[in-house]
Design a protein around this ligand. Structure first.
Ligand code: NDP
Ligand code: HSE
Length: 447
C-alpha cells in the first residue's frame, strides 16, 4: 500500500525527536499502522541546520505555507509552537482537507473551540496527545479508556520544568535560576520559560483535561493560575518537616455549583503518589465514579518522550483514515452537540485546606486571638506548630512591644472556602502583634 505522506512544521526538540523515532522504528510503526508513514516535506527557519539531520531525501524549506498547501500531504504535524502563525497554519491545513497532529497546548487551550469546529466541519482529525503530559497517553486514556465513567476530578503534575525545579531545589538545595537553566538545556522548558514558571503551561494542559473530563468547551481564560516564582525555600523545607511536599498541581474538580479549574503550588502528603513524582516526570491522577483513582505516570517533556506521543497520533490518524468522520472518536471525548455549559467557579469559591505561615510577637494572648479570628471566619485548625524565628528578624523593636521576641506560627487548616481564608488573612495581617505577611499555600489530600 502507498505510504502516507506527512508534512512537518518545525524540527526542534519535538520535531527532531519525531523524525528520529519515525526513522528508527519505521518497520514496527508500519506494522502497527498498516502503512508506511513518510515525512516528505519539512519547514524550519534554519534550513541548513535541518539538512544536517534530514539529509537530502526530504524537501526542506523556510516557508511553512508550502507544507500546508502541498496537495500530496495528508497529515500536517505542527511543532513550531506559539499561537499566531501556528493557528493560521493549522486552520489552513484543515481547510485544505489535511489531518493535523500537534503538540501545541497553548494553541488548543486558547483556540481549540475554533480549531475543533473547523476540523469537524471539514471531516478531518486534530490529534494532540503530545500536548498534555508529553509521552504519557493521557488523552487516549481519558477520551477512550475511561469513557464509562463520570469523572469527578483530575489532579496532576503536568509541567516537567517546574517539577524538575522543585525537585532539585528540595533534594539538592540548588538555587532556582541554576535549575531553570538546566531545564532549558535539557529541552524541557517552553520557548518563553515564564510560561512554565508562572503556571501558564500547566493551565493550558489542564484546560484540555477539563474539557475531556467534563465535556465542557476549552476555557483557558477562566483558569486560576499561580506559579512557583514566589515560593520561598523556607516553605519547601517546612512542608517536608510537616510530612508534605510542595508540587505545582493542576486540579480540575466537578462540584454541584460548577467546575474548579486551578493551577497553583500545593502541599501534598509525602506518602501520596504525586509527592514522589520527581524531576521532569509528570503524573496525572484521574478519579472516575466507576474505576476509582487511576494514575498515569511518565516523562512529561523532552525530545523522544514527546515524539512518542506525536507518532502515536500519526498511527492513530493513519488507522482512522478509512473510517467515516461521524464514526470517529470526538476531539474532546464528548459529541460536539452534547457539550455542557457548567460554569467554571471563581477561585474564591474553591474549597481546600491551607498552610498558613506568619511571624508574630511571642507574647501572651497571641494564639488565643488568632485561633478566635480563624474560628470566627469558619476556619477550623487541623494542626499548628510554633518555632523561634531565625535570628535575622528576631530582635524587632517597636514602640508597642519593645524587645519582644518573634515566633513563627504555622497553621494547617481543615477544608475552608478560599474567600473565608482570604478575609481571615487580611484581618490577621492588621493585628498589632503580627510581624509579617501571611504565607498561604493550598493543601491537597488527593483522597
Ligand atoms: P523548538 O523551539 O525546539 O522547535 C521549534 C521548531 O519550529 C524549530 O525547528 C524552528 O525552526 C521551527 N520554527 C519556529 N518558527 C518557525 C517559522 N516561522 N517557520 C518555520 N519554522 C519555524 O520547540 P519544541 O520542539 O520544544 O516545541 C514545539 C512544540 O511542542 C511547542 O508547541 C511546545 O509547547 C510543544 N511541546 C514541547 C515539549 C518539549 O518537551 N519541548 C513537550 C510537549 C509539547 P529553527 O530550528 O530553524 O529555528
Ligand atoms: N515546557 C513543558 C514542560 C514541555 O516543562 O512540561 C512539555 O509540555
Amino acid at each position: 500500500m502507498e505510504s502516507i505522506k506527512v508534512g512537518l512544521l518545525g524540527l526542534g526538540v519535538v520535531g527532531g525527536g519525531t523524525w528520529k523515532v519515525l526513522a528508527r522504528n519505521a518497520q514496527e510503526i508500519a506494522r502497527r499502522a498498516g502503512r508506511n508513514i513518510e515525512v516528505t516535506r519539512v519547514a524550519v527557519r534554519d534550513v541548513a541546520k535541518a539538512r544536517k539531520l534530514l539529509g537530502d531525501a526530504v524537501a526542506v524549506g523556510a516557508d511553512p505555507y508550502a507544507v500546508v498547501t502541498d496537495p500530496s500531504i495528508e497529515i500536517v504535524v505542527e511543532l513550531i509552537g506559539g499561537e499566531t502563525l501556528a493557528r493560521e497554519l493549522v486552520l489552513q491545513a484543515i481547510a485544505n482537507g489535511k489531518h493535523v497532529v500537534t503538540a501545541n497546548k497553548a494553541l488548543l487551550a486558547k483556540h481549540g473551540s475554533e480549531i475543533f469546529a473547523a476540523a469537524s466541519a471539514r471531516g478531518v482529525i486534530v490529534a494532540f496527545e503530545a500536548a498534555v503530559a508529553g509521552g504519557i497517553p493521557i488523552i487516549k486514556a481519558m477520551r477512550e479508556g475511561l469513557t464509562a465513567n463520570r469523572i469527578e476530578w483530575v489532579a496532576g503534575i503536568i509541567n516537567g520544568t517546574t517539577n524538575f525545579i522543585l525537585s532539585e531545589m528540595r533534594a539538592r538545595g540548588l538555587p532556582f535560576e541554576a535549575v531553570l537553566a538546566e531545564a532549558q538545556k535539557l529541552g524541557y522548558a517552553e520557548a518563553d520559560p515564564t510560561f512554565d514558571i508562572e503556571g501558564v503551561d500547566a493551565a493550558h494542559k489542564l484546560t484540555l483535561l477539563a474539557s475531556l473530563a467534563f465535556g465542557i468547551p476549552v476555557q483557558f481564560e477562566k483558569a486560576y493560575i499561580e506559579g512557583i516564582s514566589k515560593l520561598a525555600a523556607e516553605d519547601i523545607k517546612l512542608a517536608e518537616r510537616l510530612g508534605y511536599r510542595i508540587k505545582l498541581l493542576g486540579i480540575t474538580k466537578r462540584r454541584p455549583e460548577g467546575i474548579e479549574l486551578r493551577v497553583h503550588p500545593a502541599l501534598v502528603p509525602i506518602k501520596s503518589m504525586l509527592a514522589n513524582v520527581e524531576g521532569a516526570m509528570n503524573a496525572v491522577l484521574v478519579k472516575g465514579d466507576a474505576v476509582g483513582q487511576t494514575l498515569y505516570y511518565g516523562k512529561g517533556a523532552g525530545e523522544e518522550p514527546t515524539a512518542s506521543a506525536v507518532v502515536a497520533d500519526l498511527v492513530d490518524v493513519t488507522r482512522l483514515l478509512t473510517s467515516d468522520p461521524e464514526h470517529r472518536v470526538p476531539h474532546l471525548a464528548f459529541q460536539p452537540d452534547a457539550m455542557a455549559d457548567t460554569p467554571i467557579l471563581p477561585i474564591d469559591d474553591v474549597i481546600t485546606s491551607y498552610y498558613l505561615r506568619l511571624t508574630v510577637a511571642d507574647q501572651p494572648g497571641v494564639l488565643a486571638d488568632l485561633t478566635r479570628l480563624l474560628a470566627d471566619s469558619g476556619i477550623s485548625i487541623g494542626s499548628m506548630i510554633q518555632q523561634p524565628t531565625d535570628t535575622a528578624s528576631e530582635s524587632v523593636s517597636t514602640s508597642a512591644n519593645d524587645f519582644v521576641h518573634s515566633a513563627d506560627l504555622i497553621f494547617l487548616t481543615h477544608e475552608a472556602f478560599e474567600r473565608n481564608v482570604n478575609k481571615a488573612i487580611a484581618a490577621i495581617e492588621a493585628l498589632p502583634f503580627v510581624r509579617s505577611r501571611v504565607t498561604r499555600l493550598r493543601m491537597e489530600s488527593l483522597a
